[in-house]
Design a binder for this molecule. Structure first.
Ligand code: PEP
Ligand code: MG
Length: 610
């Protein structure tokens, strides 16, 4: 960490939560109306009335959309959200509407530009009022203005852009935004909204791009083009840092790179404990391109291909052939290593525009994942057919996400059976083997694990969702991020139950949630008896080293103790004792909220014992 006394005036420190580790140094690119790219045009006098009409039509459309949303909520026996009503009122408001029309007429600028200027002016007025209520209203003005802008430019263009090496600042990033922005070669992300396992954070981690979330009103705290340092180890963002601070962070970034390189040297070594127990280390990927990165980090296969990303930034459903091409490229890159396709897990925080889902006040509990797939059988079957065909007669491993019970598993399997029968009739080469797994990510599935084990071939624990649903903590909500605890006694015991049920039924079990990629948690999972760990590629090297430095016997004894402890604090303290005794103090620390744990890394250059 950079020392406090080094921070002199002019430099501001904003504190949030680090959700994708790393250090980013660069200029801020603030996405104000993040969904809309707006043209600035001057108008000729004759164009003014038409432009005012265009603006009024966009306002009307916005009011209608909100009305539709309110009616839908009423139909579903929900109270109409007063916030929607408030936004409708704002749309009719003098300040915003008449203010914009005046600009179009007097400044002769196009409607989008005029809307932006009026919005900025209103936001400025609000920013001088130091009151929580008015701070909240700022986001409402932004929301309403974004809606008008989206209607002005047409709903189609949802793309976002930023200059290379920029630190992108926004209220919120959708997973698709992160994917698009990494293609622009940005350096990192800072947002107000988000959580440790929100899908945007997972994508940022997959691309090894630092991300800090949970900074209130961040877009108004960082000016466009100001210099920033994102410390996504500490969860801080330094705005306008002094040269010494920048130098310190550059040197820290270099140290981390050296450590990373040293860890990468071991990538071909097995993740084997000192007493010879082998854990299979696999990678999680969101896009086919990442398979190469997985190999470079020493993945023994793909434990989770989140195939839904292929659907996310499209305006039409992919065809069977398009899906095959994508899936096949992963299989080919991984040569003979296992590849686990997860059927699409859309909905929740993974926007599923293609399905035209109605906005849900509670998306994590709404129509998502396998339930959504079961309501769109044709789309689901197309994907299953593509999966079967993509392995070209080889072994197929696929898993269904968010299975709650045996009947849901059977329903999903029946569509897989239909797809298999169809393809056989059509004369396609069938896979030499089809292994069907399920993700255990709902508390109901942990209780029914023994029955579920009888009807599938493997389990993969989705700890991100399991923690969300078991502890009632929205994984994307920054306000409860501190309560999102993988070491919670209930999570430890649920995991143990699932592992026992799997092993009793002769199944192997993996963990593919973010927990698997944290060395400390990986040790606990090893001790509990998990057979495989699947994680973002960059997490593989440190987890490999952690496993190679411990005996399974000791990890299992530690886990036995943990499953009996009643509180999170007891568990943290027991783990801290374990790490203190088993690992030497060295320079890398990993932290578990409440307890800082020493962590050991092999000094650069020393040869591994194996
Ligand atoms: C999980 O829930 O742990 C998981 C791996 O699935 P996702 O993060 O994609 O929901
Ligand atoms: Mg999940």
């Amino acid at each position: 960490m950079i020392r406090e006394e080094d921070r002199t005036s002019g430099e501001r420190v904003l504190t949030g939560v680090a959700v994708s580790k790393g250090i980013a140094i660069g200029r801020a690119h603030v996405l104000k109306s993040r969904d809309v790219s707006v043209a600035h045009r001057h108008l000729g006098p004759a164009d003014v009335p038409g432009e005012v009409d265009r603006f009024l039509r966009a306002v009307d459309q916005s009011i209608q959309q909100l009305q539709h949303l309110r009616e839908k909520l009423t139909e579903d026996h929900e109270d109409p959200l007063s916030i929607l009503e408030a936004h409708q009122v704002m749309l009719r408001d003098e300040l915003l509407t008449s203010g914009t029309i005046r600009r179009i007429e007097e400044e002769r600028i196009n409607a989008e530009w005029a809307t932006l200027k009026t919005t900025d002016q209103i936001l400025q007025v609000f920013s001088h009022i130091d009151d929580e209520y008015f701070r909240q209203r700022r986001s409402d003005v932004q929301f309403v203005s974004d809606r008008i802008l989206r209607n002005l430019v047409g709903q189609g263009d949802l793309s976002v852009h930023a200059p290379p090496d920029a630190v992108v600042v926004a209220r919120d990033f959708s997973p698709a935004d992160v994917v698009q922005l990494q293609r622009c070669a940005v350096a990192g992300f800072v947002s107000e909204v988000g959580g440790l396992t929100s899908h945007s954070a997972l994508v940022a981690r997959a691309f090894e791009l630092p991300m800090v979330v949970g900074i209130e009103q961040v877009w108004s705290q960082i000016d466009k083009d100001s210099f920033v340092v994102v410390d996504a180890h500490e969860g801080t963002v330094l705005v306008d840092p002094v040269p010494q601070t920048i130098a310190q962070y550059r040197s820290r970034a270099r140290d981390l790179m050296v450590l990373e390189r040293s860890l990468l040297q071991d990538r071909q070594l097995p993740a084997e404990t000192t007493d010879g127990v082998r854990v299979i280390l696999l990678a999680n990927i969101e896009l086919a391109d990442e398979a190469q990165t997985a190999l470079e980090h020493g993945a023994e296969g793909i434990g989770l291909y989140r195939t839904e990303y292929f659907y996310m930034s499209r305006s039409t459903f992919p065809t069977e052939e398009e899906l095959i091409e994508d899936l096949q490229s992963v299989v080919l890159t991984m040569t003979n290593r296992p590849v686990t396709f997860r059927t699409f897990d859309l909905g929740g925080d993974k926007a599923a525009q293609l399905f035209r889902l109605h906005p849900s006040p509670n998306p994590a509990l709404g129509l998502r994942s396998t339930r959504l797939a079961l309501e769109h059988r044709d789309v689901f079957k197309t994907q299953l057919r593509a999966m079967i065909r993509s392995v070209n007669g080889g072994k197929l491993r696929l898993m269904f996400p968010m299975i709650s019970d045996v009947s849901e598993l059977r329903a999903a399997r029946s569509i897989l059976d239909e797809a298999t029968i169809e393809l056989e009739h059509e004369g396609f080469t069938m896979p030499s083997q089809i292994a069907v797994g399920i993700m255990i990510e709902m508390p109901s599935a942990t209780i029914l694990a023994d029955d579920l084990a009888k009807e599938c071939d493997f389990f993969s624990i989705g700890s991100n969702d399991l923690i969300q649903y078991a502890l009632a903590i929205d994984r994307s909500n920054e306000h409860v991020a501190h309560l999102y605890r993988p070491l919670h006694p209930a999570i430890i015991r649920m995991t143990k139950n699932v592992v026992e049920a799997a092993h009793d039924g002769g199944l192997r079990v993996s963990v593919c949630g973010a927990m698997a990629g944290e060395p400390l948690y990986a040790l606990v999972l090893l001790g509990i008896g998990v057979d495989e760990l699947s994680m973002p590629p960059a997490a593989l090297p440190p987890v490999r080293r952690a496993i190679r430095q411990i005996s399974y016997e000791k990890a299992a004894a530690m886990a036995d103790e943990l499953v009996r402890l009643p509180t999170l604090l007891d568990i943290q303290q027991a783990l801290a004792r374990f790490v203190e005794t088993e690992y030497e103090h060295e320079s890398v620390t990993i932290s578990e909220p409440g307890v800082r744990l020493p962590w050991k890394h092999r000094p650069v250059g020393r040869k591994s014992s194996n």
